[in-house]
Design a protein around this ligand. Structure first.
Ligand code: GRF
Length: 223
């Protein structure tokens, strides 16, 4: 039997995407081992959840470091000690130091609540509603030095209801995020998706457009 694919998760928030990964792994749908859950402060719901699941956790306080570079260097050295093959940013609300990130490019992904390249950064649901968009969504992408700008692996798209608020839209999108993130981690763990240069490869070929989340999982976008 091959050993499960080692994954580290960085989460700063409530941790529902982390919970989805734990759930998928535990129910045998995801061939991974979560080797570490880290965050940049103590007392995060995400971290409690990880502790309750019996996972290794790490909480570092950025206030204890002279600058972002020192903090990120220490964080990533501690993560590296657990030898993850993939780092998943699941609601990790900090910008990473470019030099610390560089050796991990291709082995670190993020989930962002917008149809990238639209709405990088914060308040994405609010901005999509304010723009009068008909649809909204989420993207899983490889992390590069450009904030929310790395190559996109997959997207989930949902309609925006006429009476949508940022809160209702976020709540409506979240279950799609959970399914998409677990599916993307699965594809990477099975080596069906990887990054080559600046291009996502799927099943050994360059991916012309992000995979699309459907009722039964991720599919190649129609040509
Ligand atoms: C999600 O909406 C994710 O797209 C964004 O931050 C949120 C994290 O939610 N990056 P949770 O902590 O996983 O519940």
């Amino acid at each position: 039997m091959t050993s499960p694919f080692p994954v580290a998760v960085l989460a700063s928030g409530r941790g529902s995407n982390l919970a989805a990964l734990i759930d998928a792994q535990r129910s045998g749908r995801l061939p991974i081992e979560i080797v570490l859950v880290a965050r940049a402060k103590a007392h995060a719901p995400a971290l409690r959840l990880a502790e309750d699941a019996g996972l290794a956790t790490l909480a570092l306080d950025p206030a204890g470091y002279a600058n972002r570079t020192d903090f990120d260097a220490d964080l990533f050295a501690r993560i590296a000690a657990h030898s993850p093959a993939l780092i998943v940013l699941a609601g990790y609300m900090r910008i990473l130091d470019a030099a610390v990130l560089a050796p991990w490019v291709g082995r670190i992904i993020n989930i962002h609540p917008s149809l990238l390249p639209r709405y990088r950064g914060l308040r994405t649901h609010e901005r999509a509603i304010a723009a009068g968009d008909a649809t909204h969504g989420a993207s899983v992408h490889y992390v590069t030095q450009e904030l929310d700008g790395g190559p996109v692996i997959a997207q989930a798209e949902i309609p925006i209801a006429a009476d949508a608020t940022p809160a209702t839209l976020a709540a409506q999108l979240l279950p799609h995020e959970h399914r998409m993130l677990a599916a993307c981690v699965g594809l990477i763990a099975e080596q069906r998706v990887h990054l080559s240069g600046n291009t996502v490869h799927y099943e050994g070929r360059p991916l012309p457009a992000p995979l699309v989340l459907c009722a039964d999982g991720l599919r190649a976008a129609p040509a």
